[in-house]
Design a protein around this ligand. Structure first.
Ligand code: NAD
Length: 264
């Protein structure tokens, strides 16, 4: 028996990075997993690539193309998973973006882009997950991706920090409102994780003169991490599988920090 055998799990932002690692770790522990992402082509490939992995652990795998800011698409995704796997037990609202900009130059477009995906996308994902879980008779787990940026402010990423503080707040509010349906809401807050997101962050930081070379920002962060290095996606998945498993059933409203001691 795996830690999440028999559980139907859905992960957004699963085309790469942290989301992909979460989804693959759930497969290894026996879950039925839907990889969901704006990049529908890539998640379809990942579903094919992971078919043998799912079979080896006794689970199933599928994919869904979704824009997490579009309610009709998110609802259709929940229905598609329920039609294929029978129900939805665990939903990870993980899709997120970061587009650094100097505080004084932050535009309305930058704010709306980030808040829509990280904030509104999380709210819609929570609501549509909960509607599906309630329709099944209640019970389930919603797990949101926060960040160290939901604990403190950082230079040049004000809207990102605001959006991730929103994720914490939504996690707490959702935990309160959904408790009566036996739905728990938790989250996890990674520190700095080496993913392709950082290529985009580096590009923007260099464009505004806040970094001189790719990798510089990550290196500067690494020097302040008690564990002595930035995280790999695999450093996150022990906790995310735990949050999806029965072992975390008594937890709700909490955000687990996975930052290597960066915020102490
Ligand atoms: P990433 O950029 O590598 O992957 C993000 C995925 O989200 C991509 O596959 C992208 O296509 C998808 N996505 C973007 N917009 C979407 C939308 N509207 N609808 C559906 N999918 C969409 O990022 P990552 O580093 O794997 O980060 C994943 C999550 O972890 C994000 O919420 C991020 O804010 C958070 N996080 C990352 C770090 C880090 O250092 N990498 C640290 C803390 C928190």
């Amino acid at each position: 028996m795996g830690r999440v055998t028999g559980r139907v799990c859905l992960v957004t932002g699963a085309a790469r990075g942290i989301g992909r690692a979460i989804a693959e770790a759930l497969l290894d522990e026996g879950a039925d997993v839907c990889f969901a992402d704006l990049n529908g082509e890539r998640v379809a490939e990942l579903a094919t690539e992971n078919a043998a992995r799912a079979e080896a652990a006794g689970g199933r795998v599928m994919s869904a193309q979704v824009n997490v800011t579009k309610r009709d698409e998110v609802r259709a995704m929940m229905q598609k998973v329920a039609a294929e796997f029978g129900r939805v037990d665990v939903v990870f609202n993980n899709a997120g973006v970061n587009r650094p900009m100097n505080f004084l130059d932050v535009t309305e477009d930058n704010w709306h882009f980030i808040m829509d995906i990280n904030g509104l996308g999380t709210l819609i994902g929570m609501q549509e997950a909960a509607h599906q879980m309630i329709a099944q008779g209640g019970g389930g787990k919603i797990i949101n991706t926060a960040s160290i940026a939901s604990r403190q402010g950082f230079d040049n990423v004000a809207p990102y920090c605001a959006s991730k503080w929103a994720v914490v707040s939504l996690t707490q509010s959702g935990a309160r409102d959904l408790a009566k349906h036996d739905i728990t809401v938790t989250g996890f807050a990674p520190g700095v994780v080496a993913t392709e997101m950082w290529e985009e962050v580096d590009r923007d930081l260099m464009e505004i003169g806040a970094a001189q070379a790719p990798g510089q920002a990550m290196e500067e962060f690494a020097s302040g991490i008690l564990r002595g290095r930035v995280a790999r996606p695999a450093d996150i998945t022990g906790t995310t599988t735990f949050l999806a498993s029965p072992d975390s059933d008594y937890m709700t409203g909490q955000i687990v920090m996975i930052d290597g001691g960066m915020t102490l």
